[in-house]
Design a protein around this ligand. Structure first.
Ligand code: NAD
Ligand code: DAU
Length: 339
């Protein structure tokens, strides 16, 4: 079995590669990644020299490069993680989100049609459902909840998600789609809430909380997401959408306070800043379908996952300090400088 993992130099894609290479040593894993600011080749260092692993630097929008790779590898399965993934960046500059997230997904699926594959899996997101009100804890996103997006990021992901289902209905391409809630864990780029707060706290820098910090996200340890995708590509039904989430809702402010407590840092580092434009209030996944049909359940409790994550950032300072000293520094100044 040969699997092309796009976006494998990023956060979830790299964790997925580690999971698959450990569990299926006979599989060939090919990582296709253009190494944007969010892609980091050093993350893949531990697998780079393995004979059943190949890294290819290319853009998923580059039809020639994608076709060439399909000719060379004749893959059985494609798992598409490659995307522009940060909501705040999409508000500043939507164009690249439309290009990578929509055109890139279509380009990959065109190659799948041309060369034939067993499965194209699209890694979508719970953000395609929009948000839920804070005062209705009884409401959850199911696979039947209408798509109703808020940001350029989520809109581009919804377009890709629907395109994937359209390629199934129109061309019979064997696809599956997963819509997962917020992930956390090792190798997450330090522009996202949890790693940003850990890194800032360790450096005794202000902890920038948007609005009042009351927005709610539904957190899942990255390894549990990887296991869900593994199950879907092996046992999921073609043409189906699977929600992935572990009923672990938390307010942003409570996460930030917990990080302060765990690191022994004062809450006075918390700084409330201007809210994100169009900020989604609450995400909450109903994972009943993937549980009943595929037997998936999250295995990592938040208290253990967050401790392991903090531990990882403490032990791997060089990884995130290198990132924070590069291009990301300019982005941080621009986004948070005057706030
Ligand atoms: P990430 O930003 O950490 O990684 C994205 C990777 O894609 C990077 O390695 C980058 O170099 C690569 N990439 C970007 N544009 C590319 C292009 N045009 N061609 C080839 N490679 C390109 O993202 P992540 O947080 O790991 O998310 C991975 C996927 O999971 C995304 O599709 C995202 O929408 C989805 N998702 C993320 C979360 C989350 O909480 N992070 C939750 C649900 C779904
Ligand atoms: O729900 C899945 C989505 O989760 C994925 O599709 C996205 O790729 C991923 O980035 C994530 O989106 P969010 O916008 O929820 O994640 P982020 O880490 O950017 O923000 C989480 C919450 O924390 C959100 O309510 C905004 C808030 N926040 C974020 C940052 C970066 C702050 O208060 N301060 C910050 O500095």
């Amino acid at each position: 079995m040969t699997i092309i993992v796009t976006g494998g130099a990023g956060f979830i894609g790299s964790n997925f590669i580690f999971h698959m290479m450990k569990k299926y040593p006979s599989y060939r894993i090919v990582c296709l990644d253009s190494l944007t600011y969010a892609g980091n080749l050093s993350t893949l260092e531990s697998v780079m020299d393995q004979s059943n692993f190949r890294f290819v630097k290319a853009d998923i929008c580059d039809r020639e490069a994608v076709d060439r790779l399909f000719e060379e590898e004749r893959p059985d399965v494609i798992v598409n993680f490659a995307a522009e993934s940060h909501v705040d960046r999409s508000i500043e500059n939507p164009g690249v989100f439309l290009q990578t997230n929509i055109i890139g997904t279509a380009t990959l699926m065109d190659a799948c049609r041309k060369y034939g594959i067993e499965r194209f899996h699209q890694v979508s997101t719970d953000e395609v459902y929009g948000d839920l009100p804070l005062d209705r804890p009884d409401l959850f996103f199911t696979e039947k909840t209408p798509l109703h997006t808020s940001s350029p990021y989520s809109s581009s992901k919804a377009a890709a998600d629907l395109l994937t289902l359209a390629y199934y209905r129109t061309y019979g391409l064997p696809v599956t789609v997963s819509r997962c809630s917020n992930n956390y864990g090792p190798y997450q780029f330090p522009e996202k809430l949890i790693p940003l707060m850990i890194a800032n706290a360790l450096d005794d820098k202000p902890l920038p909380v948007y609005g009042k910090g009351e927005n709610v996200r539904d957190w899942l340890y990255v390894e549990d997401h990887c296991k869900a995708i593994d199950l879907i590509i092996h046992k999921g039904k073609v043409g189906e959408v699977y929600n992935v989430g572990g009923h672990n809702e938390m307010r942003n402010i409570d996460i930030v306070k917990l990080i302060c407590e765990k690191l022994g840092k004062p809450e006075s580092l918390i700084t409330y800043i201007a809210d994100r434009k169009g900020h989604d209030l609450r995400y909450a996944i109903d994972p009943a379908k993937i549980h009943s049909e595929l037997g998936w359940l999250p295995e990592t409790k938040f208290k253990d996952g967050i401790s392991a994550t903090i531990e990882w950032y403490l032990d791997n300072r060089e990884w995130w300090e290198t990132i924070r000293s590069g291009e990301y520094k300019n982005y941080y100044e621009k986004m948070y400088g005057g706030k």
